[in-house]
Design a binder for this molecule. Structure first.
Ligand code: HEC
Ligand code: HEC
Ligand code: HEC
Ligand code: HEC
Ligand code: HEC
Ligand code: HEC
Ligand code: HEC
Ligand code: HEC
Ligand code: HEC
Ligand code: HEC
Length: 306
């Protein structure tokens, strides 16, 4: 008798809102910010509205900023009239008269800092930001983005590349990516944003609603539906694969055949003595025969052997 066990630990039904697929767009700063509510030190201040005034004392900042996409957007009139510097730094008339650090960015909470950026960047990929894992852990836009100077290949990140930016906090992912089997992030063929939306609110911050949808967006041949489905595959690719990296071949969570033996028991397999050589825990693996473990469309593929 061949017994199967369905491991409770594998179950993870993912639900989540579909992210909008519209390309990103920047809105005019239609959302008005109540600056005094963010920091009472803004009370009664007005917009100076002239970067040259700021530049008189902040020459270096003005120069570094001048090379960024924000500065370019101001130059071509894509930014609102509130002022080149003050759209993020708030009304500064009092600061010009009496400079100090009481209006410092660091005095705002992560949510308040986000509000400043979201004046122009709400929606698109950031639709789920407010309910997402990053904001609720105190990570703000400026934890990943450096807006005062261009330091990255693209999208104003704090480090030259996406993965380096993420590794500043996620050292474990770096360790996983350095295992023998890994997604080609090190090789520069993809990055963390190929699978994750850092601004999102889906489980594990996936780009799409579920892990599987993200995986099959590249591995289309695993999408199905198949005539003969394999239940754990439908549920989540992560049941058998470490998405970042693994010391086992093909990103597998366990060495085969132990992978399969988590849920299936070997004793009692048809023709056990004959199959022993290839599929025992010391053999090379069940998928030698069960070649369609992701699902089969063959009329007699019920046992995943074709
Ligand atoms: C898109 C938003 C944004 C705009 C526009 C902007 N800044 Fe900033 N600025 C920030 C943020 C966020 C920080 C704090 C984090 C950092 O240093 O990256 C900051 C920091 C600063 C600092 C403090 C740096 C320090 O080390 O303490 C100065 C000074 C400054 N900005 C001046 C300016 C001036 C002058 C302009 C206009 C030429 C300007 N900023 C435009 C977002 C902005
Ligand atoms: C008269 C000189 C002067 C002018 C003009 C001036 N600042 Fe400052 N600013 C300072 C000084 C001094 C500090 C404190 C620096 C420090 O402690 O490191 C400062 C700090 C800052 C900081 C970092 C701390 C904070 O409050 O967030 C920002 C950002 C900043 N200024 C933005 C501006 C902007 C934007 C303008 C133009 C509207 C401006 N400043 C005009 C002198 C000036
Ligand atoms: C007043 C409106 C406004 C505010 C406030 C604002 N941005 Fe932007 N942002 C823009 C515009 C406009 C662009 C350029 C769009 C373009 O080039 O088409 C842009 C571009 C960007 C980009 C993409 C750069 C690239 O290389 O493609 C990033 C990242 C970004 N902003 C982050 C931020 C962050 C973080 C904040 C808050 C600290 C912020 N922005 C605040 C209007 C704004
Ligand atoms: C955890 C890191 C992280 C945080 C926090 C973060 N971003 Fe990003 N952001 C990224 C990465 C990575 C990309 C590049 C995404 C890609 O390649 O698809 C990006 C891209 C962008 C872009 C350009 C592309 C687009 O999606 O429109 C903008 C604008 C932007 N971020 C704004 C923001 C704003 C505003 C916040 C805060 C509300 C924020 N980001 C918070 C990492 C982050
Ligand atoms: C400033 C630190 C910081 C940076 C930079 C950062 N993260 Fe995070 N991230 C966190 C924290 C804190 C959490 C929540 C606690 C945790 O799960 O570790 C988190 C959680 C996550 C999660 C798990 C969410 C969940 O539902 O469990 C993912 C996925 C993630 N981050 C991806 C990224 C990616 C991709 C980048 C780079 C674009 C990035 N992070 C950059 C701090 C950061
Ligand atoms: C091939 C797609 C893919 C890539 C590329 C990827 N991730 Fe993930 N990541 C996932 C999936 C799927 C999960 C959820 C795993 C699960 O459900 O067990 C995850 C989970 C995470 C988590 C949550 C903690 C954990 O390990 O479960 C963090 C943090 C994270 N990823 C960071 C990163 C960083 C940083 C990078 C870039 C170096 C990155 N990821 C690249 C697919 C990916
Ligand atoms: C952005 C596209 C993309 C996404 C999304 C993606 N992959 Fe991959 N995957 C790749 C690339 C590229 C390779 C390397 C193929 C090569 O080297 O020829 C790969 C390789 C693999 C391999 C073989 C690894 C090896 O050691 O040979 C497995 C298994 C795999 N992916 C599973 C997944 C799973 C599970 C997910 C979802 C968590 C996923 N992939 C999401 C692009 C992607
Ligand atoms: C029941 C465990 C299991 C699940 C769940 C699973 N896989 Fe696999 N996967 C395997 C095994 C075992 C291999 C190695 C196959 C071989 O050697 O013939 C593999 C190999 C792969 C490969 C590399 C070789 C190839 O066939 O291209 C990719 C890509 C892959 N899986 C993607 C996925 C995706 C995407 C999902 C989710 C839709 C998924 N896997 C779910 C067990 C699984
Ligand atoms: C996470 C648990 C899990 C893992 C890991 C797993 N399976 Fe399964 N497998 C199942 C479940 C659940 C079914 C469906 C059982 C049913 O329909 O009664 C199934 C069905 C099968 C069937 C069809 C059985 C039948 O009677 O129709 C075969 C063959 C099979 N698995 C082989 C494998 C192989 C080979 C591996 C390793 C690559 C593997 N399984 C890994 C849970 C798992
Ligand atoms: C030498 C080839 C071979 C190897 C190796 C092998 N199997 Fe099978 N397996 C088969 C064949 C053939 C069947 C029966 C197909 C049929 O009844 O049509 C089968 C049937 C099954 C079934 C369905 C049992 C049932 O009662 O219907 C499961 C589950 C299964 N194998 C799991 C595994 C696991 C787990 C391993 C690795 C430990 C493994 N097999 C190794 C060839 C193999």
């Amino acid at each position: 008798m061949f017994v199967r066990r369905w491991m409770a630990g594998c179950s993870a039904v993912f639900v989540g809102a579909l992210l909008g697929s519209t390309p990103w767009e920047v809105r005019a700063a239609t959302q008005q910010i109540d600056w005094a509510a963010l920091n009472p030190a803004f009370e009664a201040a007005t917009f100076v509205n002239d970067a040259r005034v700021c530049g008189a004392c902040h020459e270096d900042a003005l120069r570094a900023f001048g090379d960024t996409p924000h500065a370019r957007a101001f130059r071509v009139g894509k930014m609102p009239a509130q002022g080149e510097c003050e759209s993020c730094h708030g009304p500064r008339s009092k600061h010009v008269e009496n400079p100090g650090r009481e209006l410092a960015w660091a005095k705002l909470s992560a949510a308040q800092q986000s509000t400043v950026c979201m004046q122009c960047h709400e929606g698109g990929a950031r639709m789920g930001w407010k309910g997402g894992a990053h904001l609720s852990s105190g990570v703000s836009c400026s934890s990943c983005h450096s807006v005062m100077a261009e330091r990255s290949e693209r999208v104003l990140l704090v480090r030259p590349r996406v993965e380096e930016t993420c590794y500043t906090c996620h050292g474990e992912a770096r360790a996983q990516m350095s295992k023998s089997s890994h997604h080609p992030v090190r090789e520069g063929r993809m990055d963390c944003a190929s699978c994750h939306n850092a601004h999102g609110s889906t489980p594990s911050l996936m780009r799409t609603a579920t892990v599987n949808e993200t995986c099959v967006s590249c591995h289309a041949e695993k999408r199905g539906p198949f005539l003969w489905e394999h239940a754990p595959v439908r549920e989540s690719c992560a049941n058998c694969h470490e998405p970042h990296g693994s010391s086992n071949r093909n990103l597998l969570t366990r060495k085969d055949p132990f992978l399969c033996l988590q849920c299936h028991s070997y004793g009692g397999h048809v023709n056990l003595p004959r199959y022993n050589r290839v599929s025992s825990p010391y053999g090379s693996g069940c998928v030698n025969c069960h070649v369609t473990t992701h699902g089969s469309n063959h009329p007699s593929g019920a046992k995943q052997t074709r």
